[in-house]
Structures are given as C-alpha cells and as structure tokens.
Design a binder for this molecule. Sequence first.
Ligand code: ATP
Length: 352
Amino acid sequence: MAFLEINNVNKRFGQFVAVEDFNLKVERGEFVSFLGPSGCGKTTTLRMVAGFEMPTEGEILISGADVTHKPPNQRNVGMVFQSYALFPNMTVADNIGFGLKVARKGKDEIAKVVDEMLALIHMESFRQRYPYQMSGGQQQRVALARALAIHPQVLLLDEPLSALDAKIRVELRTEIRAIQQKLGITTIYVTHDQEEALSLSDRIVVMKDGHIEQVGSPFQIYNFPETPFVASFVGTLNVVDAVVRDPQSGALTVDGQEIQTAQPLSVSAGQTVRIAVRPEMLRMTANSGSGGTNELSGTVDTVTFLGSIVRVQVRLEKSKLFFDMFNNPHLVPPQVGEKLTVYFPREACLVV
Ligand code: ATP
C-alpha cells in the first residue's frame, strides 16, 4: 500500500465536474507535482487531500487510514498557499509555533521546534519580525516553516512561488526541494509552471479538464508524452502535418520533403498525420538546399535570442519549425530571409 492513495475520486460542484476519476498512489518521501492549465482541477484535488473539500465519490488514504471525511486538523497535513497567509499581527516565531500552540504543546517544546524550523529556513535572525517587515520570499519561507512545524505526514503546496519574482522563484524552489529531501517528507506541489514541475518533481501528474492525462517522471513526461496535450503543454513543440508515403518503413513527407521516422506507421499511404519534434532535437546543417532524407530546406522567418539559446523559426512551403542553437559569444545566428537546411533526426519524430 502506498503512503498516500487517492482512489477513484470525483468532485462535482452542482452539475460541474471539477475532478473526474482521479487515481494516484504516492510513495513515502516522494515529491509529486500536479501540473496543468488554469481550471484543470489541481487545487480542488489538493484541497481534497487537505480536507478543505470533500470528494463527491472515492476515497483518500494517508498511511493506510481513510481520511476522506476527516476535517483538516485530523489529517496531520501541512499546507502552504500562494498568498503566504501568515498571521499579520504575529511575529515569525509565533507564526511558526501557531499549529503547536493550537495542539496544546508545551512552551519549551514549541520554542525548540521554532528554533529548528528557523534554522531549516536559514532565518534565525528574523524571529521577532512581523510579516510586513519581510519580503515575499522571506514570508513564504516562514509559511513553509509553519507548515512543517507540526511535523505533518504530508506537505501540500499550492502554487507557493507564483507571487514571487523570477530570481527568488528559482532560489526558493531549490530550497524547497532541499528541505523536502532533508526531511524525506511526502509532498504534493500544485503548479501551472512546467519548468517548476520538471525541476522539482520525482513524478508529475499532468491534468486537463479535471482528469489525469499522464503520470510519469519529468524525463518521461518531456521525452515520451503519451497524449497530444502533454506533448504540447510541457515544453515547446513543433507540430506539423505530414503525408504518409510508406507506412512500413515509416517514410513521410512534410511539404514534399522526405522524413524517415524510426518506427512503422499504423496508417495507410497517402493519409495525413501530425508529427511533432522538440526544437532542441533539430539542427542546422551545412548542406543548404541538399534535399536529402531528413533534411528540410526553408527560409528563416524569425530569430529570437533567449539567453542560453537562440531560437530560429524556419518556414518550409506551408509548415513552420523552430530549432534551437546554443548561445556562445562567437555564434553567428542565421539572418531572417536566409535559406537554410535543418536536419531532423529520425528518432526525434513523435507521431501525435
Ligand atoms: P488554477 O491554476 O486557476 O488555480 P486549478 O487547476 O487549480 O486552476 P481548480 O481551482 O481546482 O483549478 O478548479 C477546477 C474547476 O472547478 C474550475 O473550473 C473552477 O471554476 C471549479 N471550481 C472550483 N471550486 C469551485 C466551487 N467552490 N464551486 C464551483 N466551482 C468550483
């Protein structure tokens, strides 16, 4: 039995189905992210694990105990919200110790745990500050410490970094992962940010319209998406129409130019399929206009400098493809309007 189990859970608000047939087993110490667009049911699912919402159907088990209909304070879960939700009139120490005080722990025990938590988030010198005297990132670290102070069985984080600026977001996500691993605490993390989910998680649950599209490691989700939605939601993806030439050998044409895929195709010759490829899998070749197999010739439409990479868009006859070049100070990127040829490795081709 897994440490946290969400079995056949449905949640309806009136006629509206917010979460449908949700099944997930999370192992002890695992970090699992719920990733999906706004409104896909991530927060509702998390709130059912926390006890703020009750499932319409199904059950939730934590450490073997059925908590489906238990209130939040009887589940021993810690929760961190996007909005920090610290008590404004309490110091950092009082905020962190709040849950223990409610649980009627002794003064000495509370002081000891508060010290441990302050050390964990590296904020020992902030003990007597009030929330208004701290930055957003500092407040969110205190909110994390407050959630952890009760030694919860499960840590639930609902878009905890969304309100912070980009640099702090990256810093804090590294810190969250380090703390989670140090404590070995089972964690569910809700986000709509694919980079956050990919960098933090042991496994990602990709959701759409209330249901699970795919569950897998970041590597699996990115490289082996099982549905067109996962393929397009996670990472940048080129999707173009291709006409099947020889299904047995996996030969296709894109705007009349030949592509050989790595696998046979299960559709007949002459049919149109959609193929997908990540920009980083394509590369520019020196053989401009050679027209060889898996070489697509076109004209540069846009060149975008993104820092570590330069993303180039090439127009074929009808289709457009992005490919990436690693930045370096000596790089001479192609110019808009230039003709060039892109190599499309056969194993990079996904049929979606
Ligand atoms: P976001 O990233 O925007 O927070 P989400 O994936 O977390 O989105 P949820 O907040 O879980 O989405 O909402 C899922 C759906 O359920 C939405 O369409 C939302 O409008 C609806 N919903 C959520 N709570 C309620 C409620 N109390 N009453 C009615 N509908 C609700």
